[in-house]
Write a new protein. Structure first.
Length: 354
């Protein structure tokens, strides 16, 4: 019956009372359903609150045991202070307790933990690992970043894929992972890639960022091995010169470079040759503008476009550059540019963070 007809009878209906008689069977049913039931005594809750201070000074918010627990979780799981704060807040919300974790207060007491004289076992300042390196992170983060830069999926599709594998993560968090870790992986890839040829092919392709076209400069050798890549807002002589200088810095001097009929690329290479002459080096780079010789890199653009096309454009220049860095690393793994012994593509990607 509709709710309005039962409104007058609601208080007259007797409530059903259930009493658990077989606790092992009840706990097993909860486990099979995926529910979580936690019983916490009042004494355990009181351990997280600091005792009342009798001496002069402000009242502390957290007890020594609570601070030790948070710092232990941070060291064990390799978390930042903000991530540790979120973990403790989630655990408290899961248990149904309203425990305030002020960010500024939490960070201050954790940073001052080593200077306190309260008789704790660890009285010295604790040194935490650097969280900027990718190897400090967990396996799901590595898998999510590799899956996004290797296959043509969106962040929302990747969110569903991770959920099917038991990892609940928001698509915005996935975007932050890719933007943060892809450039670090690309730097390691440039250091560990195998030797390349001295005959280069260079070209640029267009990438749309926030409704405007940007230009992705790429260079490969005559065998198709990736040399370097750079995203630029402009396609001019300055951008071409900067890209050639960057590529030479990471790969050495080439004997010859094949480019298209672009005048900006030609001017950029001529600037490099003029710089060689000014430094007294008379062995110049041979410049070739042959269309069919540049087909190697023209066809290599397809693998990048195949992944960027389903993304339907980017929103910021920084995220675009970081995402393209990860895509190029995955493409280098596909072209077997790293010396590996029977490792899979994901294992090679994860090994670049070690």
């Amino acid at each position: 019956m509709p709710h309005k007809f039962n409104a007058a009878r609601r208080d007259k209906i007797a409530k059903q009372k259930y009493q658990v008689t077989n606790w092992p069977a009840y706990n097993e049913s909860l486990r099979q359903r995926g529910d979580l039931t936690i019983w916490v005594k009042d004494e355990a809750l009181s351990l997280g609150t600091a005792r009342r201070r009798t001496s002069r000074g402000g009242q502390p918010k957290y007890s020594d045991r609570a601070i030790t627990l948070c710092l232990t979780l941070r060291v064990v799981y390799g978390l930042a202070l903000r991530q540790t704060q979120g973990l403790m807040r989630s655990v408290a919300a899961l248990m149904g307790f309203d425990i305030g974790f002020c960010r500024k207060t939490f960070h201050r007491v954790c940073n001052q933990y080593g200077r306190r004289r309260s008789g704790l076992k660890m009285s010295r300042q604790i040194e935490f690992p650097d969280h900027g390196r990718f190897q400090r992170q967990s396996l799901p983060e590595r898998y999510a970043v590799f899956f996004y830069v290797r296959y043509a999926v969106s962040y929302r599709d990747l969110e569903e894929i991770m959920a099917e594998r038991g990892v609940s993560v928001d698509h915005a968090t996935l975007n932050r992972w890719v933007v943060k870790y892809s450039p670090l992986i690309a730097c390691q890839a440039q250091r560990r890639k195998s030797a390349t040829s001295s005959s280069w092919r260079m070209d640029e392709t267009s990438i749309q960022v926030k409704g405007k076209w940007t230009y992705f400069y790429r260079a490969v050798d005559k065998f198709g091995k990736t040399l370097d890549f750079m995203l630029s807002e402009h396609r001019d002589e300055a951008a071409a010169s900067a890209f050639f200088a960057r590529t030479i810095k990471t790969n050495g001097w080439p004997e010859k470079v094949v480019i298209d009929k672009s005048g900006a690329n030609l001017a950029g290479l001529q600037n490099i040759n003029w710089r060689l002459l000014l430094y007294g080096w008379f062995w110049l780079i041979e410049i070739l503008q042959v269309k069919y010789l540049n087909n190697t890199i023209e066809q290599d653009h397809r693998f990048i476009k195949k992944l960027t096309r389903p993304m339907k454009g980017f929103k910021s220049f920084q995220s675009t550059s970081a995402t393209l860095d990860g895509i190029e690393v995955a493409h280098m793994i596909r072209k077997r540019q790293f010396s590996t012994s029977g490792q899979s593509a994901f294992q090679q990607f994860a090994a670049l963070a070690a």
